[in-house]
Write a new protein. Sequence first.
Length: 367
Amino acid sequence: MRLGLFMMPLHDPRREYHQVLNEDREAILLAEELGYDEAWVGEHYACKTEPIADPLQFMATLAPLTKRIIFGSAVLNLPQHHPAQVAGNVAQFDHLVNGRYVMGVGPGGLGSDFELFETLDKNRTEMMQESIEIVHKIWASDPPYRIHGKYWNVVVDKQVQLHLGVGPMLKPYQRPYPPLAVSAMSPYSSTARVAGERGWGLISANFTPSNQALTHWQAYCEGAEHAGRRPDRADWRVARSILCCESDAESSEYLADEASSYAWYYSYLRENLRTFNMTKIFKSDQNMPDEQLTVPRMLDMMVISGGPRRVLDKLVALVDELGWFGTLLVTHKDWDNPLVHRNSMRLIAERVLPRLTQHVSALAAAE
């Protein structure tokens, strides 16, 4: 099993911006040091709580400081950008990291960004799919470009001067293009089904209970079957909130603090998604009333915590429930106690993952 770090990122908006940027960079460098395979970074513009506007720019600062970790955009919100801009930026970044990149894309996920980019009342899923098609056409062809869509056009025709190198658009390091992945939140996600149809990778969000994450894979398989594809569990990434401490007692003591970054994380998400009547994402039972969706209950449902032995047991149970998947993504939290968070990352990599990998390998071999 592969191990990754997933950061929205989410921070206390009262903190200084340069401090959280440095913290996020430190977390990825620690992941590289500990042997994590991937690092995923999100994109949000109109939000001080989720403060990275351009994940490619942010991750590019880490390119010369890392050698093995694969970067993922989590995600590029395609309706918010012209496809030509996406094609150029991604191609450049892919070269900067020598192909250590997975192109995570999505239809957008923050209401303030929807308003900012005037996509609130648009079919964002349709826009995402059109953008991907246009980007791939750009990478698969040379000028003149005459690509016309419902939402965007890409035309470089009369101004082409090939003898001067004017007109061609950048192609990525990976050919024909970087692998794609999309994230899924809602039960039986339509995005997951599209991913199965198209053969893209799938990421199940960490703020949905495990029984809902299972519906993501079911939707993915339905999409793959519809398109005549064979789904590969190695392409499935499952994100989880994990707190691994030296002992069960240390973990319980930390999570009992209502001011912990884990409690704050789920409180923020609950209030944010409640605005859009999307609290179903958090519920293991869709009949659960919203008033029962307390932060302690969310922590109990969606945080895998304890000492290394207990965390391993819970992850084994998760794999047995979902079936094996290719990559476990550990969700980054605000480092209210840096020692606790750094140690958790280390314990997961050194004392949990090796034995979890043995279990997953046995399940995969038995198929």
